[in-house]
Design a protein around this ligand. Structure first.
Ligand SMILES: NC(=O)c1ccc[n+]([C@@H]2O[C@H](COP(=O)([O-])OP(=O)(O)OC[C@H]3O[C@@H](n4cnc5c(N)ncnc54)[C@H](OP(=O)(O)O)[C@@H]3O)[C@@H](O)[C@H]2O)c1
Length: 256
């Protein structure tokens, strides 16, 4: 089974590549920079040496033809929630206090319905890049009915900017037109121990989720570990009965 992971060097993408390698898949990880930084270290994780790391830009996906043509599955794990503050929030050297401040700023922007991005729109990164990739896959692959496409969408909540969710839903609708098995993952906030600030934020997210459930409000979701989401993605590639939306609540069971 050959799997191409677009966004393979990202926060979630790396975990998807790892989970896919552990499942015995032949994995191609694509991003504009190509390979993850840790490959230059003396002892990169052994799974990472089994991935074919490729430079590619989804704005011009024709360069990926040689990898797409015999891929059995494609994963799109590329997206932005808010350019400046989100990237700052995810920086590894940000302390817990600064991380919480950035999160509050992000929440304020979301409540105001603002899009703080100046250079790349939600629609171009979250939706158009996925459709570009799907079109290129459709052009190069044979037997599309035997293939699958996994799109990392998101849980809809009032806490994220409206434009972000709209771009995710638009992508799902457009991807549904392609003839293969489409799987749309809708996680909420994700954390990973290699970015400790995300673990701190996840505790706030889970407290808010628990409190909202006590009040009978269904607008929030629990935080999920990237390893859990990635493992569910790899399992969904292997299991042809998984089709359509995988909600935030379905993900833990699918990861096992
Ligand atoms: N993080 C969360 O809590 C969360 C929650 C719900 C949903 N999601 C969704 O999960 C997905 C992954 O998120 P993430 O947090 O892992 O994002 P991320 O860390 O920013 O990773 C994005 C990846 O995409 C690559 N990329 C960006 N633009 C590209 C392009 N034009 N062509 C090729 N590669 C490109 C990036 O590498 P280069 O910059 O080198 O190209 C990177 O590898 C997104 O769709 C996001 O909306 C995330």
């Amino acid at each position: 089974m050959k799997v191409l992971v677009a966004g393979g060097t990202g926060f979630l993408g790396l975990r998807i590549c790892e989970a896919a390698v552990r499942k015995g898949f032949d994995v191609v990880g694509v991003s504009r920079k190509g390979a993850p930084e840790f490959l230059d270290r003396a002892f990169p994780p052994s799974w990472s040496e089994k991935v074919t790391w490729v430079k590619g830009d989804l704005d011009s996906p024709a360069s990926l033809d040689s990898h797409l043509k015999d891929a059995d599955a494609v994963v799109h794990s590329v997206g932005i929630i808010s350019e400046l503050d989100y990237k700052k929030l995810m920086k590894e050297d940000l302390g817990p206090k600064a991380a919480v401040e950035e999160l509050l700023k992000l929440g304020k922007q979301a409540l105001m319905g603002a899009n703080p991005m100046n250079t790349r729109s939600y629609m171009s990164v979250n939706c158009d890049s996925a459709v570009n990739l799907a079109k290129q896959f459709a052009k190069t692959t044979e037997n599309p009915d035997k293939k699958s496409f996994v799109y990392i969408s998101a849980f809809e909540t009032p806490l994220v900017p409206k434009g972000y969710i709209e771009s995710k839903i638009a992508a799902e609708l457009r991807l549904k037109q392609f003839p293969w098995r489409n799987v749309f993952f809708r996680p909420g906030f994700m954390y990973d121990h290699f970015r400790p600030q995300t673990e701190i934020i996840s505790r706030f997210v889970d407290c808010a989720y628990d409190a909202s459930r006590q009040l009978g409000i269904n607008a929030l979701a629990p935080a999920l570990d990237t390893v859990t989401v990635a493992s569910a993605v790899a399992n969904s590639i292997a299991d042809s009965t998984i089709d359509g939306v995988v909600t935030v609540h379905d993900i833990p069971a699918l990861s096992r």
